[in-house]
Design a protein around this ligand. Structure first.
Ligand code: LLP
Length: 418
């Protein structure tokens, strides 16, 4: 069985091999991320299966985890990429994602990023404002090209999620307000030699537990798509975005396949089954596949707290500090016991706190921080003079690649040069 699990004795596994054995075989020091590629493959395959024969593109949100081993794996399974920078665009292409399977989002794309996207002839640049349409038109004119664009619609929908990851409400910086979309259509159609409208997209935010808000956002843009078609405007695809949640151990979530099925149903009911359906999953593909392994540096007992001190901190995994997110922290070698610890990292910030977790009577040598495959390494920093963590990629119980930490000397040398 792919992914994280424990055996009857409580030892932690990734697929067929214990995490301890993988850690020792990798030879990498902690903190280190380990990912099970088999788990990512299983989820991607399940999602693709749920979309069936419907013309579709799963554009993996590269921001969740940009590791080459992961992007190459997904490209090999036929997935595309949702990118948000020139860096992610080039990475996706070099990892084997065909340009026509790439969509680019982002509210503040630079001219250089727009030029690259036009030159690569990606599926579409998803525009986020009327002003951006003008800028893209100017770049296409300047380079004598025709830019393929999609409108990212801000549907004005609130979702039940942390404020930092809700993006579809009408005060957000993202997307073109629904009311302004008809004018955007007109503007684009007015310059057919340089602009081609090929799609409509929406993304309401991250960590949706049920397909309901996903469906509601989808309905907003299917309505717009129908209106456009009735006026004989062309459209190649419709993109319902990402945001599919996962269960971090404290709240159940419907599986990605349920979101895919909901998306199909919306299109069928709208009579748009011939449009290519694009989805932009990030977290749900990779989060459950990854653990961050940290060494226990020691304990500290005060009048109010029993702390477990780790060698991993908020620079390695910022989600708890930034979103109040809870990731299960568990002993590596046994299942969580009754005794609780307040688990904290070494960074000089009170927010460097992973919360209170059941650890057990003995102090473990290592802990695993679970569901760390998405927005873990990709958001890591070198704050406090801490080098980026290493990464280990596992498939079918064997290590297939390692990416060691650049290490302390590298950090020192770069800072001294600055
Ligand atoms: N598409 C667009 C346009 C996005 O902005 C995002 C995520 C996705 C797709 C992928 O969303 P996902 O399926 O991964 O939820 N750092 C935060 C999450 C930020 C999400 C930003 N946008 C976290 O750690 O929870």
């Amino acid at each position: 069985m792919p992914g994280f699990r424990r055996d009857a004795q409580g030892a932690a596994y990734l697929g067929r091999t214990t995490v301890r054995e993988l850690l020792e075989r990798s030879g990498l020091p902690t903190p280190v991320y380990l990912y099970d590629l088999a788990a990512i493959r299983a989820t991607a395959t399940e999602m693709t299966g749920a979309l069936g024969s419907h013309p579709h593109l799963l554009a993996y949100a590269v921001k969740a985890n940009s590791a080459g081993s992961i992007v190459r794996l997904l490209a090999g399974l036929g997935l595309g990429a949702d990118v948000v920078s020139g860096g992610e665009l080039e990475l996706a292409r070099r990892a084997g994602v065909p340009a026509r399977k790439i969509v680019m989002s982002g509210v503040a794309k630079t001219n250089d990023e727009i030029d690259r996207a036009i030159a690569a002839d990606i599926l579409a640049i998803q525009v986020e404002s009327a002003e951006e349409i003008e800028r893209i038109a100017a770049r296409a004119r300047a380079t004598g090209t025709r830019a393929r664009i999609a409108i990212r619609v801000n549907p004005g929908i609130e979702i039940d999620s942390h404020a930092h990851i809700a993006t579809g409400h009408d005060e957000a910086k993202f997307g073109v307000l629904r009311a302004e979309v008809p004018a955007a259509f007109e503007r684009i159609d007015g310059e057919p030699e340089h602009l081609a409208l090929v799609g409509l997209s929406v993304h309401v935010g991250s960590m949706m537990a049920t397909p309901e808000p996903y469906r509601n956002a989808a309905l907003t843009i299917t309505e717009l798509a129908r209106a456009r078609r009735q006026k004989s405007g062309s459209l190649e695809y419709i993109d319902f975005g990402g945001g599919i949640g996962i269960d971090y151990g404290n709240a159940p979530c419907e599986p990605p396949a349920a979101f895919a099925a909901a998306a199909r149903t919306v299109l069928r009911d709208a009579g748009l089954s011939d449009l290519m359906l694009v989805m932009e999953p990030g977290r749900c593909l990779v989060a459950p596949s990854g653990v961050l392994v940290a060494k226990v540096v020691g304990t500290k007992v005060t009048a109010r707290n029993r702390f477990l001190l780790l060698d991993a901190g908020m620079n390695d995994l910022v989600r708890p500090a930034l979103y109040g997110a809870r990731h299960r922290v568990e002993p590596l070698d046994w299942a969580p016991g009754a005794t609780e610890y307040r688990v904290v990292g070494p960074v000089c910030e009170s927010a460097d706190d992973f919360g209170t977790h059941a650890i057990g009577d003995r102090v473990p040598e290592y802990v695993v921080i679970r569901d760390a495959g998405a927005y873990g390494f990709s958001m890591a920093s070198e704050y406090n003079g801490r080098p980026l963590p290493g990464e280990v990629f596992v498939d079918d119980g064997a290590i297939v690649s390692v990416s060691p930490s650049p290490g302390r000397e590298d950090w020192i040398a770069r800072r001294l040069r600055a």
